[in-house]
Design a protein around this ligand. Structure first.
Ligand code: ASP
Length: 344
C-alpha cells in the first residue's frame, strides 16, 4: 500500500510526502465508516493501547481512546495524580509496568520536550515490541494535531480526494503564539512538505524572526530532509497584510502556562492587533476557513461569534477529523508490532 516504515510517530519532521499521503488516504477511508451499527474494525483486536498523559488534555486523549476502540483495541489510561509516580516511581519504570501488562501502543504526552522520543529509544534498546505515539511534548511536536489539521484543510480544498496535493500553492496564515506552540511546529513541517506557503503572524515576542528559517535546513537530528521540495515560510507582523490573499487561517492559543512574564502588554491589546473576527477576516478578500487546535480563549485569539459560525469555523471539524487520523496512525503502527500479542 505504501512505503511507510515508521515504528513510532514522534515528529512530522521525519515524514516524507508519501507518509502524509498514506495517512490522509487511510483517514479518509476511516472517516467514511459508519459510526453506528458496524462500528468497529477488528484491526487492533487483542492489542492494548495505553494513553499516558503527564499533562492535561481534553481532545487528544479522548480522541486516541475512541480511535483505538473503533479498531477493537483494549484501552487503559494512566492518570499521574493517582499513580505510583507520586510515590517516587520513575517515568520509565511506570511505562515499563504498562508494557509488562501487555501495552503495545503507547500514546505519551509530557510537558518536557523529547520525553516520548526518549521512551521510544529506551524501549527499543530493551528489545520491546512497542510503538510510541507522541501526544504532544513540550514546545516541540504534536504530530497527530498537525496531521488532523492537514486532513481538515485537504478536505476543505478537495473534499473527495484530500491528498497532500490539495495544499500545493495554498497560502495558510498561522496567527498567534507560535513560540510556545508545538502545534505550529508540527504544522510547519506538514504544510511545507505539501508545498503550501505558510505566513506566520504575531508580535516578535511570540513569532521570533528565527521561525522564517524553521524548515530551511534538514530537521534536527536528521542527515537530510525527507521532503525534497518544501513550500515557503514568511513572517508578517501586520495581520491585515498577512491575511491578504490567504486561503485559510489558523489561530493559536496564547499558551500562558508556558510564557515567561512580559511577553504581552495586555490581552485586550493582543485581541485588537491579532484577534480574529468576522470584520478582520474581510482582509482576506474572499471567504476563508478558520482553524484553531483548541482549547480556545474566546474573545482573545478569536471572537466567540467567529468560533461558533459554521460557515467559517472548522474547529469542530478538526475535532471530528482527529478520530480517523488517530485510527490511521494506530493502524499503521500496529503492522510493525510482533504478530502475536504477548499479553498475560
Ligand atoms: N491542544 C494543543 C496542545 O496540546 C494546543 C494548545 O494546548 O493550545 O498543544
Amino acid at each position: 500500500m505504501s512505503d511507510w516504515t515508521h515504528r513510532h510517530v514522534l515528529d512530522l519532521a521525519a515524514f516524507s510526502l508519501s507518509d502524509f499521503a498514506t495517512v490522509l488516504e487511510l483517514a479518509q477511508r476511516f472517516r467514511a465508516m459508519p459510526t453506528s451499527g458496524a462500528r468497529k474494525l477488528p484491526a487492533l483486536q487483542g492489542r492494548l493501547v495505553t494513553t499516558l498523559f503527564f499533562e492535561p488534555s481534553t481532545r487528544t486523549r479522548s480522541s486516541f481512546e475512541l480511535a483505538a476502540r473503533r479498531l477493537s483495541a483494549d484501552v487503559v489510561s494512566f492518570t499521574p495524580g493517582s499513580s505510583s509516580l507520586s510515590k517516587g516511581e520513575s517515568l520509565l519504570d511506570t511505562v515499563r509496568t504498562y508494557v509488562a501488562m501487555g501495552a503495545e501502543l503507547l500514546v505519551v504526552r509530557h510537558r518536557a520536550t523529547a520525553v516520548p522520543q526518549q521512551l521510544a529509544e529506551a524501549l527499543d534498546a530493551a528489545g520491546e515490541s512497542v510503538a510510541v505515539l507522541n501526544g504532544g511534548d513540550g514546545l516541540h511536536s504534536h504530530p497527530s494535531q498537525g496531521l488532523l489539521d492537514l486532513f481538515t484543510l485537504a478536505r476543505h480544498f478537495a473534499p473527495d480526494a484530500p491528498a497532500p496535493e490539495a495544499l500545493r500553492g495554498r497560502r495558510i496564515v498561522i496567527v498567534g503564539d507560535v513560540l510556545h506552540s508545538r502545534v505550529a511546529r508540527s504544522n510547519l513541517w506538514a504544510l511545507t512538505a505539501c508545498g503550501a506557503e505558510v505566513v506566520l503572524c504575531g508580535p516578535p515576542t511570540l513569532v521570533p524572526e528565527a521561525f522564517a528559517d524553521f524548515v530551511a535546513a534538514p530537521p534536527p537530528g536528521q542527515a537530510r530532509d525527507p521532503v525534497t521540495a518544501r513550500g515557503l515560510v514568511r513572517i508578517e507582523r501586520d495581520l491585515d497584510t498577512a491575511l491578504a490573499g490567504a486561503d485559510a487561517v489558523m489561530t493559536l492559543r496564547l499558551q500562558q502556562e508556558r510564557m515567561q512574564q512580559n511577553l504581552l502588554t495586555s490581552l485586550d491589546g493582543y485581541h485588537r492587533r491579532y484577534g480574529l473576527t468576522h470584520g478582520r477576516l474581510a482582509a482576506c478578500g474572499r471567504p476563508v476557513p478558520v482553524l484553531h487546535p483548541g482549547p480556545v480563549n474566546r474573545g482573545v485569539e478569536m471572537s466567540g461569534a467567529l468560533l461558533d459560525d459554521p460557515a467559517v469555523s472548522l474547529v469542530e471539524e478538526q475535532v471530528r477529523n482527529g478520530i480517523p487520523i488517530r485510527m490511521a496512525l494506530l493502524y499503521l503502527l500496529q503492522s510493525s508490532l510482533n504478530p502475536s500479542s504477548k499479553r498475560p
